[in-house]
Design a protein around this ligand. Structure first.
Ligand code: G3H
Ligand code: 13P
Ligand code: ZN
Length: 308
């Protein structure tokens, strides 16, 4: 029924074998689908909003839609800013009632990342809001197969310790081989579990976060393309790798692409099979159901948070 921070959910997830699903929201049907899935599974959940989503739906709509979803479903959830690129957007979301913000300074040099993360932490903590930051850069497809590129882009364990100590950040997004979007690996999927275990051993009390964690199910890609889509490639993160990561300090797993895919496949199917449809409710409704089904699957089979 209420917006909550991630503090308690992460404390429970940290030494468990599950992670909290963080799902990106952009409109009413997506918010409803996710909230209904969390309600059905009785699972903790994070609703996250990118700068692009805020621009698309407008901040007031998103906030009110999330409030309505909590009221309707009776669930608690964290409302999180995804990939805040500067202090201003983090401040704006704190002022807007978000319970968690991410400052993503991963593209900046180490000292610059620390400096701005610290500013965000100071402001957010003064307002009872928690902060996620990122160290290391998510791999491009080439980076994950090239050892030198891995060393250059993946999170350095010792730097992670220094970063957390100096910033006071609440959780840390790390780069171990995942990447955003629908095409993540060339050849065999690879996550650097040795690096993850080392980071977790050095930072046993810091909840770790995996971005770019969609699995991009091949059958969804094929269906989407069957109904006239043109989704390039596939190659997401195998779901069992995510469940494994949850056993080694990963407390938050971000999924957006798989929701986009699920909703788009269903809308394309309805419009292809019933070309006379022109009532948006006739395709957005099934789109919402597809979101719910995908999120329930993630909660139950990947995050393992049903009933938690
Ligand atoms: O990691 C990024 C999320 O998938 C959000 O994407 O910036 O297109 O809303 P977006
Ligand atoms: P995907 O593109 O793999 O869904 O990642 C989403 C994400 O990391 C949002 O921050
Ligand atoms: Zn991300």
């Amino acid at each position: 029924m209420a917006l909550i921070t991630t503090t308690e959910m992460f404390a429970k997830a940290l030494n468990s074998d599950y992670a909290i699903g963080a799902f990106n929201v952009n409109n009413m049907e997506i918010i409803q689908g996710i909230a209904e899935a969390a309600q059905a599974e009785n699972a903790p959940i994070i609703l996250q909003v990118s700068a692009g989503a805020r621009k698309y739906a407008k901040p007031a709509y998103l906030r009110k839609l999330v409030e309505a979803a909590l009221e309707d479903s009776g669930i608690d959830a964290a409302l999180h800013l995804d990939h805040g690129e500067d202090f201003e957007i983090c401040k704006s979301c704190v002022d807007d009632g978000f319970t968690s913000v991410m400052y993503d300074g991963s593209k900046h040099p180490f000292e610059e990342n620390i400096k701005i993360t610290k500013q965000v932490v100071e402001y957010a903590h003064d307002h009872g809001v928690v902060v996620e930051a990122e160290l290391g850069r998510l791999a491009g497809v080439e980076d994950a197969v090239n050892v030198n590129a891995r060393e250059a882009t993946f999170t350095d364990p010792d730097e992670a310790v220094e970063f957390v100590e100096r910033t006071g950040v609440d959780s840390l997004a790390i780069a171990i081989g995942t990447s955003h979007g629908a095409y993540k690996f060339k050849g065999t999927p690879y996550l650097d579990f040795e690096r993850l275990k080392k980071i977790h051993a050095l930072l046993p009390n810091t909840p770790l976060v995996l971005h770019g964690a969609s699995s991009v199910p091949q059958d969804f890609v094929e269906l989407c393309n069957k109904y006239g889509g043109n989704v390039p490639g596939a190659q997401g993160v195998p779901e069992e790798m995510l469940s494994e990561a949850a056993k080694h300090g990963v407390c938050k797993i971000n999924v957006d692409t798989d929701l986009r895919l699920a909703m788009t496949v269903e809308i394309r199917r309805v419009l292809t099979e019933t070309p006379d449809v022109f009532d948006p409710r006739k395709y957005l409704g099934p789109g919402r159901e597809a979101i719910k089904k995908m999120v329930q699957h993630k909660i139950r089979d990947v995050m393992k948070t049903s009933g938690k």
